[in-house]
Ligand binder design. Structure first.
Ligand SMILES: [Zn+2]
Ligand SMILES: [Zn+2]
Length: 143
Protein backbone atom coordinates (compact mmCIF):
# COMPACT_ATOMS: atom_id res chain seq x y z
CA UNK A 1 0.00 0.00 0.00
CA UNK A 2 1.33 3.40 -1.03
CA UNK A 3 0.16 6.54 0.74
CA UNK A 4 0.30 10.26 0.18
CA UNK A 5 -1.34 13.54 1.01
CA UNK A 6 -1.45 17.31 0.83
CA UNK A 7 0.78 19.91 2.42
CA UNK A 8 -1.37 20.42 5.55
CA UNK A 9 -2.27 16.77 6.08
CA UNK A 10 -6.06 17.20 5.94
CA UNK A 11 -6.30 15.09 2.79
CA UNK A 12 -4.67 11.68 2.69
CA UNK A 13 -4.89 8.98 0.08
CA UNK A 14 -4.08 5.33 -0.23
CA UNK A 15 -3.06 3.60 -3.42
CA UNK A 16 -3.71 -0.14 -3.64
CA UNK A 17 -0.42 -1.04 -5.32
CA UNK A 18 2.66 -2.84 -4.01
CA UNK A 19 5.38 -0.39 -4.96
CA UNK A 20 5.88 3.27 -5.71
CA UNK A 21 4.46 4.13 -9.14
CA UNK A 22 6.77 5.33 -11.90
CA UNK A 23 6.60 9.06 -12.44
CA UNK A 24 7.17 11.26 -15.47
CA UNK A 25 7.87 14.94 -15.89
CA UNK A 26 5.59 17.10 -18.02
CA UNK A 27 7.22 20.34 -19.10
CA UNK A 28 4.17 21.86 -20.87
CA UNK A 29 3.14 25.43 -20.16
CA UNK A 30 -0.09 24.33 -18.49
CA UNK A 31 1.87 22.24 -15.98
CA UNK A 32 4.31 25.10 -15.41
CA UNK A 33 1.47 27.52 -14.68
CA UNK A 34 -0.51 25.08 -12.55
CA UNK A 35 2.49 24.15 -10.42
CA UNK A 36 4.41 27.42 -10.52
CA UNK A 37 7.42 25.25 -11.13
CA UNK A 38 9.53 24.07 -14.07
CA UNK A 39 7.49 20.92 -14.64
CA UNK A 40 4.84 18.73 -13.11
CA UNK A 41 5.85 15.32 -11.77
CA UNK A 42 3.05 12.83 -12.31
CA UNK A 43 2.10 9.17 -11.92
CA UNK A 44 -0.66 7.35 -13.80
CA UNK A 45 -2.69 5.03 -11.59
CA UNK A 46 -6.02 3.28 -11.89
CA UNK A 47 -8.70 5.45 -10.31
CA UNK A 48 -10.29 2.40 -8.67
CA UNK A 49 -7.02 1.76 -6.80
CA UNK A 50 -7.09 5.23 -5.23
CA UNK A 51 -8.95 5.90 -1.95
CA UNK A 52 -9.01 9.51 -0.75
CA UNK A 53 -10.07 10.87 2.65
CA UNK A 54 -10.45 14.49 3.73
CA UNK A 55 -11.82 17.75 2.34
CA UNK A 56 -11.32 17.66 -1.42
CA UNK A 57 -12.52 20.34 -3.82
CA UNK A 58 -12.57 20.02 -7.58
CA UNK A 59 -12.13 22.38 -10.50
CA UNK A 60 -12.73 21.59 -14.16
CA UNK A 61 -10.49 22.85 -16.96
CA UNK A 62 -11.41 22.41 -20.62
CA UNK A 63 -8.68 22.13 -23.24
CA UNK A 64 -10.02 21.68 -26.75
CA UNK A 65 -12.54 18.88 -26.30
CA UNK A 66 -11.16 17.37 -23.07
CA UNK A 67 -12.13 18.17 -19.52
CA UNK A 68 -9.55 17.80 -16.77
CA UNK A 69 -11.05 17.56 -13.29
CA UNK A 70 -8.42 18.56 -10.74
CA UNK A 71 -8.66 17.68 -7.03
CA UNK A 72 -7.24 19.98 -4.37
CA UNK A 73 -7.19 20.01 -0.59
CA UNK A 74 -9.80 22.62 0.42
CA UNK A 75 -7.60 23.73 3.33
CA UNK A 76 -4.10 24.16 1.88
CA UNK A 77 -5.12 24.06 -1.82
CA UNK A 78 -2.40 21.57 -2.69
CA UNK A 79 -3.09 19.99 -6.05
CA UNK A 80 -3.33 16.23 -5.51
CA UNK A 81 -4.49 14.56 -8.70
CA UNK A 82 -6.72 14.90 -11.72
CA UNK A 83 -8.76 12.80 -14.07
CA UNK A 84 -9.36 13.55 -17.73
CA UNK A 85 -12.38 12.86 -19.91
CA UNK A 86 -9.96 11.59 -22.58
CA UNK A 87 -8.66 8.85 -20.26
CA UNK A 88 -11.55 7.47 -18.20
CA UNK A 89 -10.55 5.40 -15.18
CA UNK A 90 -7.04 6.83 -14.94
CA UNK A 91 -5.98 9.19 -12.14
CA UNK A 92 -2.91 11.39 -12.60
CA UNK A 93 -1.31 11.84 -9.19
CA UNK A 94 1.10 14.71 -8.49
CA UNK A 95 4.34 12.93 -7.67
CA UNK A 96 5.40 15.27 -4.89
CA UNK A 97 2.33 14.36 -2.83
CA UNK A 98 3.34 10.70 -2.59
CA UNK A 99 4.93 9.70 0.74
CA UNK A 100 8.63 8.83 0.39
CA UNK A 101 8.76 10.89 -2.82
CA UNK A 102 12.55 10.89 -2.53
CA UNK A 103 12.37 7.26 -3.68
CA UNK A 104 10.41 7.96 -6.87
CA UNK A 105 11.99 7.11 -10.21
CA UNK A 106 11.33 9.40 -13.17
CA UNK A 107 10.93 7.26 -16.29
CA UNK A 108 10.09 9.77 -19.04
CA UNK A 109 9.89 13.44 -19.99
CA UNK A 110 7.16 14.87 -22.20
CA UNK A 111 6.56 18.28 -23.81
CA UNK A 112 10.29 18.90 -23.58
CA UNK A 113 10.05 21.57 -26.32
CA UNK A 114 8.73 23.87 -23.59
CA UNK A 115 11.17 22.97 -20.84
CA UNK A 116 13.01 25.68 -19.01
CA UNK A 117 16.43 25.67 -20.61
CA UNK A 118 18.35 25.20 -17.37
CA UNK A 119 16.65 21.81 -16.91
CA UNK A 120 19.12 19.16 -18.10
CA UNK A 121 17.43 16.02 -19.36
CA UNK A 122 19.00 12.60 -18.82
CA UNK A 123 19.89 10.88 -22.09
CA UNK A 124 19.04 7.37 -20.90
CA UNK A 125 15.26 7.68 -20.53
CA UNK A 126 12.66 8.39 -23.22
CA UNK A 127 11.58 11.94 -23.92
CA UNK A 128 9.22 13.54 -26.40
CA UNK A 129 9.07 17.19 -27.53
CA UNK A 130 5.26 17.14 -27.41
CA UNK A 131 2.75 14.55 -26.16
CA UNK A 132 3.96 10.95 -26.19
CA UNK A 133 2.20 8.29 -28.26
CA UNK A 134 0.23 6.35 -25.66
CA UNK A 135 1.61 2.85 -26.34
CA UNK A 136 5.25 4.04 -26.28
CA UNK A 137 4.58 6.11 -23.19
CA UNK A 138 3.09 3.18 -21.26
CA UNK A 139 6.07 1.04 -22.30
CA UNK A 140 8.47 3.70 -20.99
CA UNK A 141 6.67 3.99 -17.64
CA UNK A 142 6.72 0.20 -17.20
CA UNK A 143 10.39 -0.18 -18.16
ZN1 LIG B 1 -4.16 20.26 2.86
ZN1 LIG C 1 1.79 19.21 -18.80
Amino acid sequence: MIEGGCRCGAVRYMLAVDSLPAVYACHCHICQRASGSAFSLQALVREDQLAVTGPVITREFTTEDRVSTVRYCSECLARLYNTNSARPGIAVIRGGTIDRSEKLVCKAHIFTAYRQRWVSLPTDIPQWPEAAPLAEFVTALNA
